[in-house]
Design a binder for this molecule. Structure first.
Ligand code: SF4
Length: 501
């Protein structure tokens, strides 16, 4: 693999379990391992799998998505990243692809039992001279489909009306589905080039293999959610509404990420560092050019549609391993001139969760970084010292990996950007809604009025959070009342429902 890509192993940096977000390709993920030679803009992107099975399409697509994010991390535009993964096909006189040259980023799935001939998904690893052309074209299609799928899934999670002003009714068109006419929102409909099954039947590929064996890993949740198209009960509609409330709130919570992305797309990293060092802040209205603002004093003011938020930022001169605590970090910076003059210090307050990013890639959300909590701030004669700890025990591991980066490459500890960052609970919240919805359907199907105790507890937490957001609109209050009415019936029953994938 090193030879295929042409990695210079003396310059290779291992990047391990690092979360990347890229709005240009609508992807977010945490690759297991990247071996990266940033000077030559080359990398091997590895996804470890523990099972013995042959990698499925979705597993191949997953590692391709990681490779695309790595391409962006190495500084490629989307089309360049696709080319860096695909390489240049070499064709014979009949136009058939016989091999590939110029691969810069190699995605690969490795299992404990993998033999070289079974390495996936790139054809350069497993194709033979007989099937090279077929495998190349399959891989190329999968790579393009992965990009389309990311756009499609992003649209599915988008509050269309809030972000574009276009109502759902305006993008609905009549469409025949299973012999019946339905009105379908064309922005949510699966693009035709993507493979699709029939959720209500699930008998043919890609739901099942010709042998009848399940092929798709989403058979159960797909049947549950989409098997009865257009037959949603009241409570199911309410659950979907609740889901979109989660998306909407997360759009707000994650506004910082989008604003940071926009700022670093627009300005050069060195310019941003210089402005922050001089005490300026940044104003970022999503969809518009961001601007520096001396009045903001090391804050990022992010605005999207009808909501805005300010996030404190800081720039650390150095970030080092805290030798007194296994999952701690110590950050230091000189006082800024404006702080000395005004005798007012702009810091991110103690107790706040922050994202610390090395900016090694030029884009903070594609750089080596770590989530931390500001544990203590100590003003000293010429400098401020921040002491950081992991925000939860679960993230100790991430901090310890970050220690290793600092040991391998102390340069990562210079000019570290720190921004207040909310913790993303999307997965947890959607899991809670899924559990409740299934529980309610089971309740209805059984004729029983009981709801599993654990699920009810999760819902209570969620309902409390949602209640804060529900505000004064009467329609939404009805939803809250409806939910509380349904939930109010719950007593004890063992948890039985399976969660959606
Ligand atoms: S089971 Fe559902 S999600 Fe999976 S392929 Fe079939 S229709 Fe698509």
């Amino acid at each position: 693999m090193v030879d295929i890509v042409g990695l210079d192993m003396d310059n290779v940096l291992p990047v391990v379990e690092q979360q990347f977000i890229d709005y240009a390709i609508h992807m977010r993920g945490t690759p297991d391992l990247i071996l990266e030679d940033s000077r030559k803009q080359k990398a091997i992107v590895i996804d470890w799998k523990t099972g013995k099975d042959t990698p499925t399409w979705h597993e191949s697509s997953q590692v391709i998505a990681y490779a695309l994010m790595e391409g962006r991390r190495l500084g490629f535009e989307k089309a360049e990243a696709i080319k860096a993964i695909l390489g240049e096909p070499v064709r014979d006189t009949k136009g058939m692809v016989t091999t590939i040259s110029g691969i810069r980023i190699l995605p690969v799935i490795i299992r404990p039992t993998t033999k070289r001939s079974m390495l996936k998904p790139h054809p350069i690893l497993s194709a033979t001279s007989q099937d090279f052309d077929i495998k190349y074209n399959e891989f190329k299609d999968l790579l393009n489909d992965t990009c389309i799928e990311a756009e499609h899934l992003s649209l599915l999670l988008t509050d269309q009306h809030a972000l574009t002003g276009v109502k759902e009714e305006e993008t609905q068109i009549p469409m025949m589905i299973q012999g019946q006419e339905h009105r379908v929102n064309i922005l949510r409909y699966t693009p035709r080039q993507l493979r699709r099954g029939v959720p209500s039947v699930q008998q043919r590929f890609p739901c099942r293999l010709p042998t009848g064996q399940e092929f798709c890993n989403l058979i159960e949740p797909c049947r549950y959610y989409f098997g009865k198209f257009g037959e949603q009960g009241d409570y199911e509609k309410a659950m979907w509404t609740l889901r979109f409330k989660v998306f909407k709130r997360n759009e707000k919570d994650l506004l910082l990420y989008r604003a940071i992305f926009d700022v670093f797309e627009f300005f050069d990293k060195d310019e941003i560092i210089a402005k922050l060092q001089s005490g300026q802040g940044i104003r970022a209205r999503i969809g518009h050019a961001p601007t520096f603002d001396p009045k903001l004093k090391m804050r990022l003011a992010a605005i999207r549609d009808d909501y805005e938020a300010e996030f404190r930022m800081d720039l650390l001169d150095t970030l080092e391993v805290d030798k007194s605590w296994r999952a701690g970090l110590i950050g230091k910076r000189q006082y800024r001139d404006f702080e000395k003059e005004s005798r007012k210090f702009r810091v991110v307050n103690e107790g706040k969760p922050v994202l610390l990013t090395s900016l090694d890639s030029g884009a903070p959300l594609l750089s080596v970084g770590v989530f931390a909590r500001v544990d203590e701030i100590s003003p000293e004669e010429n400098q401020l010292t921040y002491s950081f700890k992991a925000p939860s025990k679960i993230l100790n591991y991430q901090t310890m990996i970050f220690h290793e980066y600092l040991k391998l490459n102390p340069g990562f500890g210079n000019n570290v950007l720190m921004v207040e960052a909310n913790v993303d609970l999307t997965q947890m919240e959607l899991g809670a809604i899924d559990a409740l919805q299934r529980s309610l359907r089971q309740t209805k199907d059984d004729g029983s009025t009981e709801i599993a105790e654990e699920e009810l507890r999760m819902e209570e937490i969620l309902a409390e959070e949602t209640a804060v957001e529900i505000g004064a609109e009467s329609e939404e209050k009805n939803l809250e009342a409806k939910l509380r009415d349904m939930i109010g019936k719950g007593v004890k029953r063992p948890v039985q429902s399976k969660r959606a994938n």
